[in-house]
Design a protein around this ligand. Structure first.
Ligand code: SF4
Length: 334
């Protein structure tokens, strides 16, 4: 077993030296036994930089389906025939009610997600701004929106209404992107992230793993996102949905998923790493392991187009591990 290699990796990250791209690529060859040893180290890194708090974020799919883009994993693309629900933007009361439900089960962040290339319609913008104002006035939640390829001007308007952060995934590595999406480019995604940063909004930027990318491409995405200096990283594992371009793919092996979380913790030791889509499918009854691998957050409640597990079960799991769900908004973010 390569304990010396792993010990040096962990020491380098804990001492602030970080991990080289070459060492990150080496993680691919670790055996299960070696990975279990690695997770003892990544658990220490998580504990050192993030303490025992587990952050829980929730989303509402406030507008679903009919999207002109062709992201191969997404049931909401109009290019695919799927069972995904289709509806226009919820009204203000519906969005606020969902936020209150998320707060009641312990979320400290609430993200409003809409389908589509970008939100530009003035009526929809007005609804969203009013919903943000009310969530800020009526709950203690931090607000987040995932609205696609947004302009700086629109993001500034939303920030003025109470938006605290933006979520925008890069989806996959630059070198794999055109295999997944053809209607826009990786550079468009990066521009959306930079637009949010330029108006002073922290950005939550992650991707989806298990879409046929190599481990080297996961390393590529990890270092690219590290370079963008973002605040948090949603880790999704592909759920191959019927009717999408990815319906024939297999769910990622549990240890490969854990290896990916560990890679991200080593490359971005101070990042908030949230495990989101695919958690139940990949880890089934072994979800505890994702915290040892390095995650310090989860998405609670339902996903965009599929059901999540009972939030009470999440709370029990977190407490059983001696970790603390973060219930307070104040001080929850750097
Ligand atoms: S991921 Fe977003 S942009 Fe891509 S098809 Fe789905 S809703 Fe549209």
């Amino acid at each position: 077993m390569r304990t010396a290699f792993i010990d040096t990796l962990i020491d380098n990250v804990l001492s602030g030296k970080g991990i080289t791209r070459k060492d990150a690529l080496e993680l691919e060859s670790l055996t299960r036994e070696e990975l279990d040893y690695l997770f003892e180290g990544t658990n220490r890194i998580r504990d050192h930089f993030k303490g025992n708090a587990v952050k829980i974020c929730s989303i509402v799919n406030a507008k679903s389906g009919r999207c002109p883009e062709d992201c191969g994993f997404c049931a909401q693309s109009s290019k695919f025939e799927t069972e995904s629900p289709e509806y226009g933007l919820m009204d203000v009361d519906q969005i606020v009610a969902n936020a209150k439900k998320a707060e009641a089960f312990g979320s400290n962040e609430f993200s409003i997600v809409v389908s589509g290339t970008a939100m530009t319609d003035p009526k929809e913008m007005a609804t969203l701004k009013e919903a943000l104002r009310r969530i800020k006035a009526e709950t203690r939640l931090e607000t987040c929106c995932s609205l696609g390829l947004m302009s700086k001007e629109h993001l500034q308007e939303l920030k003025d209404a109470g938006l605290d952060r933006v979520h925008h995934n890069l989806e996959t590595a630059r070198s794999h992107f055109e295999n997944i999406v053809s209607t826009h480019t990786y550079e468009d995604e990066v521009t959306a992230v930079r637009n949010a940063q330029e108006v002073g909004l922290p950005v939550c930027v992650g991707g989806i793993f298990g879409m046929g990318e190599t481990f080297a491409q996961r390393v590529e995405l990890a270092f690219d996102i590290e370079g963008l200096k973002t605040q948090s990283f949603p880790i999704n594992f592909l759920k191959p949905l019927e009717g999408t371009a990815m319906e024939g793919m297999e769910v990622l092996d549990e240890y490969d998923a854990l290896r990916t979380i560990a890679l991200l913790r080593l490359v971005m030791p101070e990042m908030d790493l949230f495990v989101c889509g695919g958690r139940e499918e990949v880890f089934t009854n072994h979800q505890e392991k994702l915290f040892a691998a390095g995650a310090n957050g989860i998405l609670g409640g339902d996903y965009l187009t599929t059901k999540g597990q009972d939030p009470k079960r999440d709370m029990e799991m977190i407490e059983r591990l001696g970790l603390q769900p973060v219930l307070e908004t104040e001080g929850a973010r750097p």
